[in-house]
Design a protein around this ligand. Structure first.
Ligand code: DQA
Length: 142
């Protein structure tokens, strides 16, 4: 069975307390449970969350040797991080960018995206279902 790593960046550990109009009402633990259910029988899924850019970079480096695919919501680092871009660039398998909110239709600074060009696909704007879309995309990917 393929191994998938789901990475969440800064402030995503606070889901449930963040603005509901953008992020919905589910906690990260609840979302991770939904992901696990959707992946059942297809993937082993591990979850990682960090508020620290360097820790996310290190986790992606470790993933090079351990995982077949990465699903990543880099949170605010989407809009700032050349380091996460460069780490993802090295990962040969599918890399799926996820956002709960309609990130491309919000403030101008959120339209700056350092991650997208190294990702295989993007799912955004469907709250927790964006993650489910990513898992289903992977089911259809070799
Ligand atoms: C986010 C969008 C980012 O702009 C924001 O900084 C986040 C969450 C999303 O999931 O919609 O923290 O990545």
């Amino acid at each position: 069975m393929k191994n998938v790593l789901v990475i969440n960046g800064p402030n995503l550990n606070m889901l449930g307390k963040r603005p509901k109009e953008h992020y919905g009402t589910k906690t990260l633990d609840e979302i991770n449970e939904l992901i696990k259910k959707e992946a059942e029988g297809f993937f082993n899924v591990d979850f990682y969350q960090s508020n620290y850019e360097g820790d996310i970079v290190t986790k992606i480096q470790e993933a090079l040797f351990k995982y077949d695919a990465i699903v990543i919501n880099p949170g605010a680092y989407t809009h700032t991080s050349v380091a996460i871009h460069d780490a993802l660039e090295m990962f040969a398998g599918p890399k799926i960018e996820v956002h709960l909110s309609k990130v491309d239709e919000r403030e101008g600074f959120r339209r700056i995206n350092y991650i997208r060009d190294v990702c295989s696909a993007t799912f955004a704007g469907r709250l927790e279902l964006s993650y489910i879309d990513a898992i289903n995309y992977l089911k259809n990917t070799k």
